[in-house]
Design a protein around this ligand. Structure first.
Ligand SMILES: Nc1ncnc2c1ncn2[C@@H]1O[C@H](COP(=O)(O)OP(=O)(O)OP(=O)(O)O)[C@@H](O)[C@H]1O
Ligand SMILES: [Mg+2]
Length: 341
């Protein structure tokens, strides 16, 4: 296997005459790999796809860009990659303004954006060879090894000779990812990288993302799967209807939502009655479980438990369940994680 080619750091401009339009200070550029200010995209008349987005993606993070279908994820990614112009606002990637600095920035970025462009009549391998050939910085002598390594990383070696038009959605997705991995990059931007993959494929991509991140690559990935973001990301931003709801370290986002009090018992009716008497709100009752909002700071959990037992409730389990990112999303938006109407 060929040794990875080190990529020199992207030089930050030292010019102060505004030549490259880099409004972001060099220090900001080093800390955050993606930065947007009031980034807005309006399609047609009044369709606001992205609305005043302020995003900060720290270096070396695995950043999850989370939102239901139609919330503006792909539109944002297209603006970040310089594929479409924002209606207003600014974006910088690797410390450079986009789309102005597209040509200097993109060689350092591997991207997989919705529906990777493939030549259907070429094999997966030949698609990658073609892709690699289009990169002026790619050494032709090491091309075959590079392509073989990328195919191997995404688990496509066995299918590499097959025509791309015969690939399943998941295989196409893997091929697009392989293209993004041909060169070591400072930043990977992956739009729904596990789209179309089966559970095993999703696990493989997640572990690949972790592996890339452990090498220091910043990974920005969009998803509409909350648990996927929880499993793989260090940071996340939550979008709904084109607007940023929140962003930050995943642990903090989940902690922002309160967990649930969970009582497991064969006597759920009695348990619910006692909990209600004790002021526990938002009770849900199933066959063997009662959940509710955690008690306020004035209530001792041990006393609550004792009250259940005293009332004859057979308690099999009692405790606070950690809030998930999904809880946080629901708490923040006041709605389920559904497609905007
Ligand atoms: N080219 C376009 N012309 C007009 N409207 C568009 C265009 N692209 C996207 N939109 C609209 O902008 C909004 C955001 O779409 P976008 O594709 O960015 O969402 P998304 O979060 O990527 O969704 P998904 O999870 O389904 O991929 C949607 O209402 C969509 O219909
Ligand atoms: Mg999308």
């Amino acid at each position: 296997m060929e040794a990875p080619v080190p990529v020199p750091p992207l030089p930050h401009s030292t010019r102060t005459d505004g030549y490259d339009g880099s409004e972001m200070a060099a220090s900001t550029a080093e800390e955050s790999v993606i930065e947007t200010r009031a980034l807005t995209k309006r399609y047609g008349g009044d369709q606001l796809a992205v609305d005043g987005l302020d995003l900060t993606v720290p270096a070396a993070s695995v950043f999850g860009f989370l939102g239901p279908n139609g919330s503006g994820k792909t539109t944002t990614i297209r603006m970040l990659m310089g594929l479409i112009e924002p209606t207003s606002g600014a974006a910088s990637v690797l410390g450079r303004p986009m789309p102005r600095a597209t040509r200097t920035v993109l060689p350092h970025v591997g991207a997989l954006i919705e529906g990777p462009a493939l030549y259907g009549l070429l094999s997966g391998r030949d698609n990658l060879i073609r892709y690699d050939s289009a990169d002026p910085a790619a050494d032709p002598r090491t091309r075959r090894t590079r392509v073989a390594t990328a195919l191997d990383r995404v688990g496509l070696t066995a299918a590499a000779g097959k025509k791309a038009k015969a690939y399943s959605l998941g295989m196409k997705q893997r091929l697009g990812l392989a293209a993004a991995l041909l060169q070591p990059r400072r930043l990977l931007v992956l739009d729904e990288p596990t789209n179309g993959l089966d559970p095993q494929g999703m696990r493989e991509i997640r572990s690949l993302v972790r592996e890339l991140a452990s090498d220091g690559t910043t990974v920005f990935l969009s998803s509409h799967l909350l648990d996927e973001i929880e499993q793989v990301c260090t940071h996340a931003a939550v979008m709904a209807r084109g607007r940023l709801i929140t962003q930050g370290p995943v642990a903090e986002l989940a902690a922002g939502a309160r967990g649930r009090l969970v009582v497991t018992t064969p006597d759920p009716g009695d348990a619910a009655r006692v909990l209600k008497e004790r002021g526990i709100a938002d009770l849900t009752v199933t066959d063997d479980q009662v959940t509710g909002e955690p008690p306020g700071p004035g209530t001792d959990l041990a006393e609550l438990n004792a009250a259940l037992v005293t009332a004859g409730v057979r308690v099999r389990g009692f405790g606070l369940e950690r809030a998930s990112l999904e809880d946080a999303f629901v708490a923040l938006t006041g709605e389920g994680f559904d497609v905007a109407g």
